[in-house]
Design a protein around this ligand. Structure first.
Ligand SMILES: [Zn+2]
Length: 388
């Protein structure tokens, strides 16, 4: 199986970024980072600064591409400056209030009836050759119908801007993937691993499962079947890996978002998703060079990510996978010696030990060459997936 392009990932910020980025870097050769950080990634200067931070944490084997957040105050000049960085694939449109950190997004009224101001900015996005990425949910609609209603807005833009390329991020419905397929010349649907696995029953069908709660919400079995068909043809992988600490997930206003990066490679393998979905369709849509398609290596036996990654619960933590990915890393040990290591991770945690202080992200893993459990400092990993 070849390394992926992940078209949709939340790398977050501060300490959290140091924990989540290695999980993507170990199996992705290219990622598209989302801009709904706090503060948001909006200006050209912010795109450059966040890119530098993310790229450094991801290492040189993972090509980090950026998005800028479309805000009501965004101007055509902002768009031209962001395009000139050469680091962004497009703008991300969040309807205000649709999901985490989106209160500053585009008002619902603008989606029903786009003002000239918004249309002028979309024209600039099209003229600059950037894509417009949609969180495709109309926030004033019933939650099961939000995506369907949002497609009316996408259709309007598709007709109004004959060169504009758009994505329907994390498509969840039969109508959503059919919309993209019928306009595949300029529209791409991205699909998450969790929407390929879950239906609404897995969220609220029995007892409530906060770990399965995300936006858009998982839908009907027939929608899931349509997503699986689309993953075999025109769609692209966008994990929407979105970590939240357990304390903000498990309370009476729990956050939407599923942290699936720790099991991304394992789920793709388990579902036997094709390379067109995991890598090739994204490069074609964004007009980017194909990634090298480095091979990923897997362990023989079953593997489980464990209950906690840092203070986040990963997706499928209680469901053993048939195989776990072997991480190949170039590592500097506490004596300063650099060498390749092959490990199967057990968990990443914040703390210190006799070799590594002060407090930092430590990775406890099974070292396949030494046949022992060892703890590694993530800061001493020189490459997460070094060249073979
Ligand atoms: Zn997202």
């Amino acid at each position: 199986m070849r390394a992926f392009t992940d078209c949709h990932v939340h790398f977050r910020q501060d300490r959290m970024a140091g924990m989540v980025i290695p999980y993507s870097a170990r199996c992705c050769e290219r990622v598209v980072a989302m801009p709904n950080t706090d503060p948001p990634i909006h200006s050209a200067e912010e795109v450059r600064a966040w890119h530098a931070m993310y790229q450094q944490l991801a290492g040189r084997c993972c090509d980090v591409r950026m998005t800028a957040k479309l805000l009501p105050r965004t101007t055509p000049q902002d768009v031209r400056e962001v395009a000139a960085t050469g680091l962004a694939v497009g703008y991300k449109l969040y309807p205000a209030g649709a999901t985490t950190n989106s209160d500053d997004g585009i008002p619902a009224e603008w989606i029903d009836s786009p003002p000239d101001r918004l249309m002028g900015v979309v024209q600039a996005i099209s003229d600059c050759g950037l894509a417009l990425l949609h969180h495709g949910e109309h926030p004033h609609e019933f939650c099961m119908l939000r995506e369907d209603r949002y497609l009316l807005f996408m259709e309007l833009l598709y007709r109004s801007f004959p060169k504009l390329r758009m994505t329907l991020e994390h498509a969840t419905t039969e109508a959503g993937v059919a919309f993209a397929e019928a306009r595949a010349d300029r529209v791409l649907a991205t699909i998450t691993p969790h929407h390929l696995l879950l239906t609404l029953d897995d969220v609220v069908g029995d007892r409530i499962k906060p770990d399965h709660f995300c936006k858009p919400i998982a839908k009907r079995p027939r929608d899931r079947a349509a997503l699986r068909r689309a993953a075999g043809t025109h769609a692209a992988l966008g994990s929407d890996s979105a970590p939240h600490p357990q304390e903000s997930k498990y309370w009476d206003r729990g956050c939407a978002g599923i942290f699936n990066a720790p099991v991304l490679a394992e789920v793709v393998r388990m579902l036997e998703l094709p390379e067109s979905f995991t890598r090739l369709n994204a490069a074609r849509f964004y007009g980017l060079p194909e990634t090298t398609g480095r091979q990923l290596e897997f362990s023989e036996g079953p593997w489980c990510p464990g209950r906690k990654c840092g203070d986040v619960t990963p997706f499928m933590w209680d469901r053993p996978m048939p195989h776990g990915q072997v991480w190949s890393i170039l590592y500097r040990n506490h004596e300063g010696r650099i060498g390749p290591r092959r490990i199967v991770p057990l968990h990443i945690w914040w703390g210190q030990n006799q070799y590594h202080s002060p407090n930092q992200w430590l990775l406890t893993a099974h070292d396949l060459d030494k046949r022992a459990t060892r703890t590694f400092a993530t800061a001493n990993v020189i490459e997460w997936l070094h060249m073979r």
